[in-house]
Design a protein around this ligand. Structure first.
Ligand SMILES: [Zn+2]
Length: 364
């Protein structure tokens, strides 16, 4: 396996298209495209809001992780908005993340709402699709393991509608995009990085159902969780717009630059945000399902979300390649060790025998 000379993406990823200099297509094209609209644009958005009947100006999706914590902090302290927050809890939630969310809201005087799917619907959907993936590893089954999580977009929009809050704020950033996920490789530079449309995803789903009975079972066992989750995959999806017409999404990091060091410094000093010392990763570790997502893509393509996230940061100048290389090496060790406790949290220890942790043992 060869890694790109500029970032850390391996040539095992479909469509990486290395050139003769050993540089990947994502470096050549400056993936992901990331433009910031600026603070004034965000201020204008709220200025234009005028009087409204809602209990707050915005509802912030708070995971307890660092990016959403910082977004809430800025909206309250810098933009002086009246905010409420909600956390989506499920069988893979980590206690420390919920604790961070509660502490943050208490310090900022923000009302925190708790939302979740019924009983163990989220864990069940995850396990159904993960078992299907173990039998028949493909990107569709891997992607569907997170389908229940997309319900947070529905639950947040619903809550905002009930409380007549005009905006729901989300904290994902383009720097989290993984080029190996739901990307069409057309070979045409302009369309290289387009995400798949609903129709293409539907065709893929149908194919996966035909080729894997266990995958089909995953869909049929929880059709509502599966289908609605697919329709609500992005906060800006038309399904959400049509279902909740009085609520609009705001992507916070489209307005303010995502700067990981500054975010971490601010929330630790201002909000006493903390993660337990045994968790050496500060990205996406607020959810145990992430451990399996890393594993699945590691096995399929020799690459994980962390490779993609760090490589995106190298390209955008947030981290040097060498710093990222050390972090990536640590992350593989972290995730290899995190699998057994994560299975235990889900009560699915028996799946350990079907996993091969040596996939995390890669040269970096
Ligand atoms: Zn590269």
């Amino acid at each position: 396996m060869q890694r790109c000379k500029l970032c850390l993406m391996p040539d095992s990823v479909p469509g990486s298209n290395f050139d003769n200099e050993g540089v990947c297509v994502w470096c050549r094209e400056g993936y992901p495209p990331y433009t910031i609209l600026g603070e004034q644009a965000l201020k204008n958005k709220f200025k234009g809001l005028g009087a409204h009947q809602g209990t707050a100006d915005c509802l912030v999706g708070l995971s307890g992780g660092k990016d959403s914590t910082y977004a809430l902090y800025r909206l309250v302290k810098h933009y002086h908005l009246k905010a409420e927050a909600f956390i989506y809890t499920h069988g893979g939630s980590r206690d420390y993340a919920i604790h961070n969310a509660e502490k943050t809201c208490a310090k900022l005087g923000v009302k925190l709402h708790y939302t979740s799917l019924k009983e163990n619907a989220h864990s069940q959907a995850f396990l159904n699709y993960f078992k299907a993936w173990l039998e028949h590893p493909d990107a569709t089954a891997a992607g569907m393991t997170c389908v229940a999580c997309k319900h947070l977009h529905i639950l947040g929009s619903k809550l905002a509608t009930q409380r007549k809050i005009p905006y729901v704020v989300w904290s994902s950033t383009p720097l989290e995009y993984s080029p190996f996920l739901a990307i069409r490789h057309t070979g045409d530079a302009r369309h290289q990085f387009q995400r798949e449309g609903l129709l293409q995803s539907g065709v893929k789903m149908a194919r996966a159902m035909v080729s894997s009975p266990r995958f089909a079972w995953g869909v049929l066992a929880q059709p509502r969780t599966s289908i609605l989750g697919c329709l609500a995959v992005f906060p800006s999806s038309s399904f959400l717009r049509l279902s909740y017409p009085d609520v609009r999404p705001i992507m916070f990091y489209s307005y303010e630059k995502w700067n990981p060091d500054h975010i971490l410094d601010t929330i630790t000093s201002e909000l006493d945000w903390q993660i337990p010392s045994e968790i050496t990763e500060d990205w996406h570790t607020d959810c145990v399902f992430n451990v399996f997502k890393e594993y699945m893509f590691q096995k399929m393509f020799g690459v994980s979300y962390t490779d993609a996230h760090l490589s995106n940061q190298i390209r955008h100048g947030f981290i040097s390649r060498e710093e990222a290389r050390i972090k990536l090496k640590e992350s593989k060790q972290y995730y290899a060790a995190a699998v057994a406790p994560a299975l235990q949290q889900l009560g699915a220890q028996e799946l350990m025998s079907k996993m091969d942790l040596s996939y995390f043992d890669v040269e970096i």
